[in-house]
Design a protein around this ligand. Structure first.
Ligand SMILES: Nc1nc2c(ncn2[C@@H]2O[C@H](COP(=O)(O)OP(=O)(O)OP(=O)(O)O)[C@@H](O)[C@H]2O)c(=O)[nH]1
Length: 432
């Protein structure tokens, strides 16, 4: 049977200081997510909110989401990446001319460097480190291009190809590779620092102007583009988080409303509406399976007299205690007990035979007796007691569940008429 709704502690939304986010503990104290939403809105409204790192837990979630997107995109585009780098290397091989040894060696290095992250995508253990492999691939290919640019004379056409490649790879590291901006900058700066060392080691002429013009210039442009891309992605992330939060809130609200519309306010038991739905469902199911449906009507004896003698408030309290006692007897998950209205309760115990029903009726009556609620005006005992009417009907196209309700009600009437504090079983209108 459905349980009484849990009372939600109503937490007044605390206004969050900008720059703080909801932690797991906060979400326990902030079940409606108001605090978290306030924080997300504060970040969206703050002009610097999407340009800098978010506060710790949110930043971690953003990074995680960004990385998932990186992996998804790279998994989708890896054949094109592989094709492009292969075409570049093959073209380099045929056009290498007199510089074929150097160009081919560097082509092998570039091919391996680019194919490494492509392979990493397929390895679940390494895939989370994709940014590091992307950064490494960018740095290695940049170094290779710097080497070509330094090693070849100005007349060689491969030299200008390598210089354009430096611009492209640098910008790609900040944008297409989707590296965090600072990580991309670190990898590119590392290549800028390594290039003079490489030139010195291999005895190459270092053209500082070119270095500043191509490498430095593309670093600045790449950084700017990466920064803009990151800022836009942060805005989209905050908006999606806000939407997610609002969706969750709406779902909780509609769940609460649905629950409230189907439960009794005083006792927390399912109400008559819920019972009607349940009976209809069980009736149809039993019709398909050719099985009987049983129904119990339970009524507190001489409750009018109880109310008149002790007052309505004590009457309410009595109803609540009886409801709890009855509810505690719904032992199977499929057992269903509801408040039918007033001092009347109903129960469905699917899959229980006549013997089982009698045993349950005994238990229900005993559970109310055990409460020992004094009832000075009762006719059956000196405490509050229960009368029960039970009916069992096998659904057919000719009958309806209203017949079952009528029979259970008549059985209850018989129980009342024969002294109360007892149960009567009706099958085709007969017998105890
Ligand atoms: N306190 C309280 N009383 C209620 C509530 N709903 C119904 N009642 C009262 O329950 C009483 C039911 O009385 P009757 O239907 O005459 O039945 P009875 O006095 O229990 O007599 P029998 O059923 O024949 O044993 C009425 O006085 C209603 O006012 C409720 O939510 N709270």
């Amino acid at each position: 049977m459905s349980q009484p709704p849990q009372s939600r502690s109503s937490v007044s939304p605390e206004t969050a200081a900008p720059g703080t986010v909801a932690t797991a503990m906060d979400s326990a104290r902030d079940p409606h997510g108001e605090q978290h939403k306030t924080q997300l809105r504060a970040l969206l409204d703050d002009p610097r909110g999407t340009r800098a790192r978010f506060p710790a837990p949110l930043e971690a979630r953003y990074r995680e989401q960004a990385q998932t997107l990186t992996l998804t995109m790279q998994r989708a585009y890896w054949p094109w990446v592989a094709l492009t780098v292969t075409a570049f290397c093959v073209l380099g091989f045929f056009m290498a001319g007199e510089y074929h040894t150097l160009i081919n060696q560097l082509n092998v290095v570039i091919f391996v460097a680019v194919m490494l992250p492509v392979c990493v995508l397929r390895l679940p253990r390494l895939a989370p480190h994709i940014n590091k492999f992307n950064g490494l691939a960018a740095a290695v290919t940049l170094l290779a291009m710097h080497f070509v640019s330094l090693a070849l004379p100005d007349s060689a056409r491969q030299k200008s190809v390598s210089e354009y490649a430096i611009i492209f790879i640098t910008i790609a590291a900040f944008t297409i590779a989707r590296l965090p901006v600072k990580q991309a900058a670190a990898w590119v700066i590392a290549t800028l620092v390594t290039t003079p060392v490489m030139a010195w080691l291999f005895g190459l002429n270092m053209d500082l102007d070119r270095q500043i013009y191509f490498a430095g210039g593309s670093l600045v442009i790449g950084y700017l583009l990466g920064f803009i891309q990151d800022s836009r992605e942060r805005t989209v992330f905050l908006q999606s988080q806000l939407l997610e939060q609002e969706k969750e809130q709406l779902e909780t609200l509609s769940e609460t409303l649905a629950q409230a519309s189907r439960s009794d306010k005083l006792t927390g038991l399912p109400n008559r509406r819920h019972f009607d739905e349940m009976l209809d469902m069980q009736w149809k199911l039993a019709m398909r399976e050719g099985k009987p449906v049983n129904l119990m009507f339970m009524d507190i004896d001489d409750f009018k007299a109880f109310n008149d003698y002790y007052g309505h408030q004590v009457g309410d309290d009595c109803l609540l205690r009886v409801a709890n006692a009855l509810g505690s007897q719904a032992l199977r998950g499929s057992d269903f007990i509801a408040r039918y209205g007033g001092e009347e309760f109903v129960a469905l115990f699917p899959g229980t035979d006549a013997e089982g029903l009698s045993a349950i009726a005994h238990r229900l009556i005993a559970a109310v007796d055990a409460l020992q609620i004094p009832h000075a005006r009762a006719r059956a005992a000196e405490h509050v007691t229960l009368s029960v009417g039970i009916a069992t009907v096998t659904p057919t196209p000719e009958n309806h569940h209203s017949d079952l309700v009528r029979m259970a009600d008549e059985a209850l009437y018989t129980a009342k008429g024969t002294g109360r504090h007892r149960f009567v079983v009706a099958t085709d209108g007969s017998g105890e």
